[in-house]
Ligand binder design. Sequence first.
Ligand code: SF4
Length: 250
Amino acid sequence: MKAIAINGTSNSGKTTVCEVIIKGLRERGYTVGSVKEIYSPDFALDPDLSEDTGRHRASGSQLVTARALHETDLLYQVKLPIEEILRHYDHDFVILEGVADCNCPRIITAHGLDEVKERLDGRVVATSGVLANEGSAELLGLPVFNALENPAALVDFVEERAFEPLPNFDPECCSQCGYTCRELAGRIARQEAQRADCVLDSQAIELVINGVSIPMVPFVQSILTNALVGVVQELDGYKKHSTIEVRLRR
Ligand code: SF4
């Protein structure tokens, strides 16, 4: 699953850019999901506690599902980390509107240069939105895409530059690639490194919980591998270098 984030101020064209990318990728046959960050602290899909789902929430249910004929809404009662949200997605691409804390490439939408500078970091790969109406092809060394006049160029770019988000571990837990996760994401975004440079891609042990693969920092991989092999190698049927599968049902 590849991702790209679209960040910018209000009314700078974020949603329009997302719409163009989503539509363009769908037309090219990809499966596409999206995430919309909501900054209003009062936002809730079912704010009325007298509604049925609101009554579930008021009673203390920590995950309420509203299941209708053509829609299913999972209503968590907390703000989830983006890594956890993305575990729900198995799409070819996920477009993240307003999400700033994902270790993936970013496109900045803005009204002008100052707004781009405010949001500039190593993960930014392009600009778009209202400022593209000025007609420049490049700003601060970044390409400028006019999503409405040339949607195909923007979709081509996303197709080429989006990548699977890196995890977001503390540097004390992992710096095996020689950088922090955020720094490596920036280097990949700038095409100075490869997604495969994250060593977790080549991990020898995989932890799957309820069908979802959970990334583990190298020392946790080592602890789990050593504990597992230490026990399993005493059993009949163990062969060196075997692939070991353990299923735990609780
Ligand atoms: S190897 Fe992967 S998990 Fe470790 S710091 Fe680098 S990007 Fe993060």
